[in-house]
Design a protein around this ligand. Structure first.
Ligand SMILES: Cc1ncc(COP(=O)(O)O)c(C=O)c1O
Length: 453
């Protein structure tokens, strides 16, 4: 790979043939952002079954921060393949599980002694965080945010905000979940402006305890330090500190869902570090496993120890291959320059996207933290009406021209960048060239935009 190469129109004949088989064999409820079937992947590149090469700005939705098929990960998994595949940690445990827990406890933000439990996915990790918070506090309520995404299992759907396509038709969901507005300053629920708002949205938690649910009935507040599926929204620097102060005043735990914002994406191993906070429970998954399924729940030891023996677990949870891969991922972060690279890629993206924003009023906001970057598209900058259809057209233009991108946001009008952090400047720039052409093609040709801001 190493250069965009389109041997066929996209999708090519082999991808099309697979799509026909898939339509018969696989439920329509599983959707695909592109019509491409993959044959190979490497670093920040994908090759499809028709021999077309693409730059990958999606990274398996944030699972490939270290890059596709990194040598350290492959070697660790191969070594593990030669030892054993599965024993079930609840029957006979193995050292890699313990070693990985030790390392997670070391790298998690804050100095308190910690413990870590491993599971198979982000949703399963969130489920366990809720179980642990309830066991520790003896309370049941969980407060989640508007625009949050926490997964597709029943409890995590209850915590998730977006109705279509995630929640509609799947009720009833587990109860005792309450929702409050996030610090989405571009679309502030209270029509206020930071900093003159004095973080009204965070302070409003006190009001929620008076008018919605009593604090003594609330086990935890759960939040993504940067919204993932919700559109890469970055709250003001002091938002989480204020929120956590209120939580702790009332004996409520704070759970940080770092499934998407974690593992180096934002230029620190965990986005929580940017805010100077130590979450009571930290949830990770996605890039932790370097491409293999793994989720983790890390937190203060006395909290994580609340459930009794046998209360936590799962047959495949913390399986040996995933643990081996995650240890290699941690090595790559410790010994490489991936965190610095996340910041460099992020700055390069911001510079370019801000030029677009000056040129085209349809770019409502350019935002992000480190390598977690996005643009929010609007029909016009004054009314901020989401440009959802146009956003889909941009991503379609992109994959047809050799760039895989994915959308986000409650209105589907955000284009997010989760490019593997091993991408070179040249690869990033080539991808951004395509994105720029896509924006031009979709908007200028339709005469929607001509304004300069
Ligand atoms: C913040 C966040 N939490 C939880 C999840 C669910 O993770 P999984 O799809 O591994 O269950 C996701 C997935 O996108 C996520 O972004």
């Amino acid at each position: 790979m190493g250069s965009i190469q389109l041997k066929t129109a996209v999708p090519g004949p082999k991808s099309k043939a697979l799509a026909e088989r898939r339509a018969v064999a696989v439920p329509r409820g599983l959707s695909h952002a592109t019509p491409i079937y993959v044959a190979k992947a490497e670093d920040a590149w994908l090759e499809d079954v028709d021999g077309n090469h693409y730059i990958d700005f999606a990274g398996g939705i944030g699972c490939l921060n270290v890059g596709h098929r990194q040598e350290g990960v492959i070697t660790a998994v191969r070594d593990q393949l030669d030892q054993f595949l599965h024993t079930c940690v609840q029957v006979t445990a193995y050292e890699n599980y313990v070693r990985l827990a030790e390392r997670m406890n070391q790298v998690a933000p804050g100095k308190s002694p910690k413990k870590t439990l491993f599971v198979n996915s982000g949703a399963e990790a969130v489920e366990n965080a809720v179980k642990i918070a309830r066991a520790h506090t003896g309370r049941s309520g969980i407060i989640a945010f508007e625009d949050a995404f926490h997964g597709r299992t029943m409890m995590t759907l209850a915590l998730t905000s977006k109705t279509h396509p995630y929640k509609a038709g799947f009720a009833p969901f587990p109860g005792e979940v309450y929702r409050i507005p996030y610090a989405y300053c571009y679309r502030c629920s209270y029509s206020l402006k930071y900093p003159s708002c004095d973080l009204f949205c965070a302070r409003h938690l006190e009001d929620t305890f008076k008018r919605v649910v009593a604090s003594e009935d609330v086990a935890a507040v759960i939040a993504e330090p940067v919204l993932g599926e919700g559109g890469f929204v970055v709250p003001p620097p002091d938002f989480f500190r204020v929120l956590m102060e209120i939580c702790h005043k009332h004996g409520v735990l704070f759970i940080a869902d770092e499934v998407q914002s974690g593992f180096g994406r934002t230029g620190k191993l965990f986005a929580s570090e940017h805010y100077g906070i130590e979450p009571d429970i930290l949830v990770t998954a996605k890039s932790l496993g370097g491409g293999l399924p793994l989720g983790a729940i890390t937190g203060r030891a006395e909290i994580i120890d609340a459930p009794g023996p046998g209360g936590l677990g799962g047959t495949f949870a913390g399986n040996p291959l995933s643990c081996a891969a995650a240890l290699a991922v941690l090595d790559l972060f410790e010994h490489g320059n991936l965190l610095a690279r996340a910041n460099e890629l992020g700055s390069r993206f911001q510079k370019r996207a801000r030029e677009w924003q000056k040129r085209w009023a349809i770019i409502g906001e350019v935002r992000g933290l480190g390598g977690m970057q996005a643009i929010e598209l609007v029909k016009s900058s004054d009314k901020r009406e989401p440009a959802s259809d146009e956003t889909k057209q941009v991503t379609q233009y992109c994959y047809e021209h050799g760039l895989i991108t994915i959308t986000a946001g409650s209105y589907g009008n955000v284009i997010r960048v989760l490019v593997p952090l091993v991408a070179s400047d040249a690869v990033l720039d080539e991808g951004l060239d395509i994105l720029e052409s896509a924006l031009r093609a979709v908007y200028e040709k339709r005469g929607i935009v001509a304004q300069t801001v």
